[in-house]
Write a protein that binds this ligand. Structure first.
Ligand SMILES: Cc1cc2nc3c(=O)[nH]c(=O)nc-3n(C[C@H](O)[C@H](O)[C@H](O)COP(=O)(O)OP(=O)(O)OC[C@H]3O[C@@H](n4cnc5c(N)ncnc54)[C@H](O)[C@@H]3O)c2cc1C
Length: 527
């Protein structure tokens, strides 16, 4: 690509890859580089959630990743003496986003399946073994000086650049952007074992957070025979000594021995809680670990980065096509930073429960938690820990459910049941309850939707889902997911963004007129 690309992405980890695929799907001419010649071969992330699966589904890749994804087991927090002090589970079906709310996955083949999809996207050019050296911002584009593995220097030009280049981000350093530290820096040893099939019965059936002051640890049930232990290093322990194979098997001795499986890998990490102060400088953005790092106690580090990608992709596409002003891109930080910060604070507070090393304080913690949640503790749902977006390209003044994720029910069609997005797509949508007729929808809103490639979904209670026109659908759901959502929020219509966040709502047919104005204002459509 010798001309100016629309977007250049530096870093093809999970976040850069999903951003490239999301842009490619929208026809945005994207050039994506990575300094490595292949994906990172070892797993880091092991858990993901339904919001991320919906992003992958929208890219048409759900079947491609399916072999590497499995259910997430419930999580027990065990206090002193193994007492269960908290229990988290996934929400029961019908699932609000159309997928099991929490899942485990094997990262390397999962990432490979997504990266492979880029090779089929004409709008995306991938260059591996290519390292970003320097960025220079010009008036209408950015120059990226890159170095190939053969030592060749080259300049790539793009209207916008996104640094998805991980925690040590060269892009972030080039921009001189600092992290805000949320004050969590704990050293942990992470061990992955492929356990022999006939030894799996020796291990716990649930995920376990061992909140044991003598040795805090996490046990994760991965897909198939993959099991992970994350073990906190105690004061004075040296990371290099602790990752020796003999030490690892000694640490794992409580659960299993070398005769029970194959050590896949072990590495020590400092678990951090960091959020970049700025997420944009001129034409350059940060996403994923380049913008934030989260301790893994909620399995949300990568998920947060993929949310960044889903948030930024449609905004870049709209601005590049001239459908919205550049100011729309400022809503990226406005929306994502508080969301990441809140989620990271929650992960950190779970980490503080687990990492307590003082036996007296740990005893106090157990008593307090059991007093709060009962003994045995009531089940809590992990997904309720994920916040809504607070402000940005949203009609926040309307309150809930604006800023939350629009549900994805299973629907009935002439050819059988399917998830809503597979039938009606994932562009902008006006979704109306049976209380609203087609005549009540203002022309203005129909025109804006049509200009942006959006559609109208009429939820009905009988029959089967069917297309009405190329851009409008009648929707009949299998369960009560959408109907219950409309009832719970006392609304009759919702405007939904391509990343599935609710932009604005109408509480009665008369409010539909105001929706049109809100739509344009939120998207910075009018000059
Ligand atoms: C032990 C552990 C457990 C975790 N568990 C979970 C979990 O269960 N769930 C979850 O959601 N998250 C989890 N995470 C977090 C997750 O792994 C990261 O958030 C995620 O990998 C970040 O993805 P990324 O694409 O932003 O960055 P990375 O995966 O770091 O990718 C960055 C890419 O940029 C490239 N690059 C770097 N510099 C340059 C340059 N100058 N030029 C070109 N390319 C460059 C690199 O080669 C790399 O491919 C865990 C992390 C750890 C360490």
């Amino acid at each position: 690509m010798t001309e100016i690309a629309d977007v250049a992405i530096s870093g093809l980890g999970p976040v850069g890859t999903i951003l490239a695929a999301s842009l490619g799907r929208l026809g945005v001419r994207t050039i994506a580089i990575d300094r490595s010649d292949d994906i990172y071969p070892l797993p880091r992330a092991i858990g993901l959630d339904h919001e991320i699966m919906r992003v992958i589904q929208n890219l048409g890749l759900a079947d491609a990743v399916a072999p590497y994804v499995a259910s997430y087991r419930p999580t027990e927090y065990q206090g002193i003496g193994g007492t269960v002090i908290a229990r988290y589970e996934s929400l029961p079906p019908p699932y609000p986003q159309g997928w099991q709310p929490s899942l485990v996955f094997t990262q390397p083949p999962f990432e490979r399946a997504i990266r492979h999809a880029l090779t089929k996207m004409p709008a995306v050019e991938v260059r591996l073994s290519t390292t970003l050296q320097q960025l220079t911002e010009r008036s209408d584009h950015v120059e990226l000086d890159v170095l190939s593995s053969s030592g060749e220097l080259e300049t790539i030009r793009a209207r916008y650049v996104v640094g998805c280049d991980g925690g040590g981000s060269a892009v972030r350093k080039e921009l001189g952007i600092a992290f805000e530290s949320l004050d969590f820096d704990e050293p942990w040893l992470v061990i992955d074992v492929m356990v022999d099939e006939d030894r799996l019965h020796k291990l716990p059936e649930t995920m376990v957070q061992y909140c044991d002051p003598a040795r805090p640890a996490t046990y994760v049930v991965g897909p198939g025979q993959h099991r992970r232990w994350e073990i906190m290093l105690l004061p004075g322990e040296v990371p290099d000594d602790m990752s020796r194979e003999d030490v690892i098997w000694r640490l794992l001795g409580r659960w299993l021995g070398p005769e029970d499986g194959r050590l896949w890998r072990a590495a020590t990490y400092l678990f951090h809680a960091l959020v970049a102060n700025e997420w944009r400088s001129g034409r350059v953005f940060l996403a994923g670990d380049a913008a934030h790092m989260t301790p893994p106690f909620m399995a949300q580090g990568m998920c947060q980065g993929i949310r960044d990608a889903a948030n930024l992709a449609w905004k870049l596409a709209l601005v590049l096509k001239g459908d919205a002003r550049d100011a729309l891109l400022d809503t990226y930080r406005q929306e994502r930073r508080p969301h990441v910060r809140t989620t990271t604070e929650t992960a950190k507070s779970l980490g503080r429960i687990i990492c307590e090393l003082d036996p007296a304080k740990a005893k106090e913690r157990d008593e307090k938690m059991l007093a709060e949640t009962g003994n045995p503790p009531v089940v809590r749902y992990r997904q309720n820990l994920i916040p809504a977006l607070v402000e940005g390209a949203l009609a926040s003044e309307q309150g809930m459910p604006v800023g939350t994720r629009f549900p994805q029910p299973w629907i009935t069609t002439l050819t059988g049941a399917c998830r809503l997005d597979d039938f009606a797509g994932s562009s902008f949508r006006l979704v109306v309850s049976p209380d609203v007729t087609a005549q009540e929808i203002p022309d203005d809103i129909k025109q804006t939707l049509s200009r942006l490639g959006g559609s109208i979904l009429y939820v009905e209670t009988h029959g089967v889902s069917r297309p009405i026109t190329a851009r409008s659908f009648s929707i009949v759901e299998n369960d009560d997911v959408l109907a219950a959502w409309f009832r719970a929020h006392r609304i009759v219509a919702a405007l939904v963004r391509p990343d599935h966040y609710v932009l604005a709502v109408a509480r009665g047919p008369l409010e539909l007129i105001a929706l049109s104005r809100r739509f344009k204002e939120c998207l910075r459509i009018e000059a």
